[in-house]
Structure formats: structure tokens, C-alpha cells
Design a protein around this ligand. Structure first.
Ligand code: LMR
Length: 393
């Protein structure tokens, strides 16, 4: 039986990790997978996470199952972090296996409600969105998102395409820090997006994987909160991998907002059912770390400060890279790097130019020229800037 299996195409992001590891050159630079690295190239355990783990170790009296939906304290704390007070009483939620698990469960929920639903995804989007949709055989369409000339959002084309979505279709939006481009709608543009969703009756599915890495923890949640206030039904898939640095703990949440108690309860039941079918009880350790931090004023303040330090590091690397490129080219055509937000920027280089940078300077970025800004430090920025120019980007 197993001999009937077909080889699977390698994941573009994960295979890059292996290629980087196999490269023996000194001074190689990893701008691939979306993991935060400090200036020494390490992905540290955050201070508040260490402290929370110690408290859990000291105080946890049992590891018996929680509930199919996960620990209520975690779900409440996450609801507060993502939505503030905007949607109280309207939210059904389940803890999931990371943000990817939340996306998968969201799509399972949509399929359970109506298997013919069309999902609209940005062009480009995180490759795993498409991989999951293809694996599930779920109908989907791409809407224009990135303007390769300005390296900003192709807003008119995006709005136009979203205006053609049908009632009941699902529109997958990146709530902040768009992956892979780093280009994001302005607040005014988010308003217009909400207006189009209201008009068409399409349902937003918001992927929120980088809250805190763009303009701040609260600011990054604003588009999601505004949409939650205006739309009757909203799905939100949030991840704690990056902003709590607990990647391997696989900590995420799916929230489903509705406009009646009856629908909310139906959604809650369906989501717990889906957890049971796919993996039964969701993992708890990461969720407990998160709720320990978010419900303790001191730990929360320390965590907020560390997220802000990370955000500032990303911003200053962006500024430095844009400045280096300004100096080298005598133009401002790479200033978009400083305007982008989050971990990533799409450079707009061709696959050949990406390959040339890898060959010449050991610089590893995803083939679509997505670079992880957090893979840089003050010393490697000039190396990257020179490679970008030498590759003719
Ligand atoms: C990324 O986009 O690099 C991250 O979300 C990690 C992953 O699983 O792809």
C-alpha cells in the first residue's frame, strides 16, 4: 500500500531551511523561514515565557485533559488580546495546533457549513494557505494584492476583485504584516475593504500571525477589531508562535464571530467537534504559557516590552537596509523596505536574481524574493544591500 504513495513536492519555505543548513560557507545569511532571530542569530525564549514556564512547573498539579475547545482562560485572554471589548458575547473559540491548525480548522468549519464555498486568497499569499486549500480540494480564487512596480498594495485591483465575491464566499485576509509581501492596506483602505465585504455578504477569514510585529500589539489588531464590529460573521485564526516566540509549542486559536446566540453556539459545537475529529484535545502547554502571561500584570508588561524591542529591531533593520540601498543606487526605489511592516518584505527580484544572491553571497531567501528581515543584523545588512545591487534587482 505505502508503495502507492507519490512523492510530495517540497514546501518552498521549509526546504530552504535544509539548503541553508547544508551550505558550508562562512558568512551565509538565512532570510528564509519566518522565525525571529536576535542580532546574534539566536531565537531566544522570551523572558516572560521563561518566567511563566517556571510558575507552571511549580504550580501545575495535573496534566489531565482540559476540554475539547482548550482551556477557557487561554481563550478569554486571546479574545481580549485580539478583539479587546469589541465582540463580547459573539465569540465561539477553540484552541488549535498553532496558527496553521487554526487556518485548517477554519477551512474545515467552512466546508462543514457549505462544501461549495469559494475561498478568495491574496496573490501572493503564504504558500501553505494554497497548499492546504489544494489538499482539501476546496475551491479558491486569487485576488490581486501586490503591485510589483510600487511594491505596495494593488488596492484598486484588490477592491475590484473583492467586489465580485459572492454572498457566503470567504475572503482570506492577513490582519497585519502581510506574508510574504510586507505591504499592508492603510486604515482608510481597511475601511473600504470592510465596506466591500458588507456589500457583497462575503465572510472575512483573518489570519493574524504577527500581531505586535507591525505597528504595535494594539495597532496591529485594529483592522480585525473594526471588521469584527462591522460584519455579522467573521473568522479569525491567530497564532502565538511569533509574538510569544513559542514556535514549537504549536499554540493558536480559531475564533468564529456571529450575530446571534444560536449561531454562536452552533459554531462552538462544530469547532469542538472538528478538534475531536482531527486531534481531539488541543495542546495545552503553550496555551498555558500565554494565559499565564496575559493574566499577570507584571509578566504581561515584560512581554509587551520584549515584543516592542523585537518590533523596533525589525524597524531599524528596515531603515538601515533602505538607507544602504539609497546610498548604493543613488535612488529611493528601495524605500518600500522601510514602509513595509512585519517580518517580511518582498523584494520584487526575479528567481534568477534570487539564485544569483544565493550563489554569490550565500544569501538565502524564498524564491519569490521574500526576505525575513529578522534574519539580518547590522553587519549583514550591507552585505545584502551589495548583493541586491550586484544581482541587478
Ligand atoms: C513562514 O512563513 O516562514 C512561517 O509562517 C513558517 C512556516 O511555517 O512557513
Amino acid at each position: 500500500m505505502l508503495g502507492n504513495l507519490k512523492p510530495q513536492a517540497a514546501d518552498k519555505i521549509l526546504s530552504l531551511m535544509a539548503d541553508f543548513k547544508a551550505d558550508t560557507r562562512q558568512g551565509k545569511i538565512d532570510l528564509g523561514v519566518g522565525v525571529y532571530k536576535d542580532p546574534n542569530g539566536l531565537t531566544p525564549v522570551m523572558r516572560a515565557v521563561k518566567a511563566a514556564e517556571q510558575r507552571i512547573w511549580e504550580n501545575q498539579a495535573t496534566k489531565a485533559y482540559t476540554s475539547l475547545a482548550g482551556d477557557p482562560e487561554y481563550r478569554d485572554a486571546m479574545q481580549q488580546m485580539v478583539l479587546g471589548d469589541t465582540a463580547s458575547g459573539r465569540v465561539a473559540s477553540v484552541a488549535t495546533v498553532g496558527g496553521t491548525g487554526a487556518i485548517r480548522q477554519a477551512l474545515e468549519l467552512v466546508r462543514l457549513a457549505n462544501p461549495d464555498t469559494v475561498i478568495h486568497v491574496s496573490d501572493p499569499t503564504w504558500p501553505n494557505h494554497l497548499s492546504i486549500l489544494n489538499f482539501m480540494g476546496q475551491a479558491h480564487e486569487m485576488y490581486p494584492y501586490f503591485d510589483n512596480d510600487t511594491r505596495g498594495v494593488a488596492f484598486e485591483a484588490m477592491l475590484d476583485a473583492l467586489g465580485r465575491a459572492k454572498k457566503g464566499d470567504v475572503v482570506l485576509l492577513h490582519g497585519c504584516c502581510h506574508n510574504p509581501t510586507g505591504a499592508n492596506p492603510t486604515a482608510a483602505q481597511w475601511d473600504e475593504i470592510a465596506g466591500v465585504l458588507e456589500k457583497t455578504g462575503a465572510i472575512p477569514l483573518i489570519d493574524l500571525a504577527y500581531q505586535g510585529f507591525g505597528d504595535g500589539i494594539e495597532a496591529d489588531a485594529q483592522p480585525t477589531r473594526m471588521i469584527a464590529e462591522r460584519l455579522p460573521e467573521v473568522l479569525i485564526a491567530a497564532s502565538c508562535s511569533k509574538n510569544f516566540g513559542i514556535y514549537r509549542e504549536r499554540t493558536g486559536i480559531l475564533m468564529a464571530l456571529s450575530d446571534s446566540d444560536k449561531t454562536r453556539d452552533l459554531a462552538q459545537g462544530a469547532m469542538a467537534y472538528l478538534n475531536r475529529q482531527n486531534y481531539s484535545f488541543p495542546p495545552d502547554h503553550g496555551a498555558r504559557i500565554v494565559s499565564t502571561i496575559l493574566t499577570d500584570a507584571e509578566l504581561k508588561a515584560d512581554w509587551q516590552q520584549e515584543v516592542e524591542e523585537i518590533r523596533q529591531t525589525l524597524l531599524s533593520l528596515r531603515e538601515q537596509l533602505a538607507q544602504e540601498l539609497r546610498d548604493l543606487t543613488g535612488t529611493d526605489r528601495f524605500d518600500f523596505i522601510a514602509r513595509h511592516r512585519g517580518m517580511f518584505s518582498r523584494l520584487g527580484a526575479t528567481p534568477e536574481q534570487v539564485a544569483a544572491m544565493r550563489q554569490m553571497a550565500g544569501i538565502y531567501m524564498v524564491g519569490d524574493s521574500r526576505l525575513n528581515i529578522a534574519g539580518l543584523n547590522r553587519d549583514s545588512v550591507p552585505v545584502l544591500a551589495r548583493a541586491i545591487v550586484e544581482a541587478g534587482v
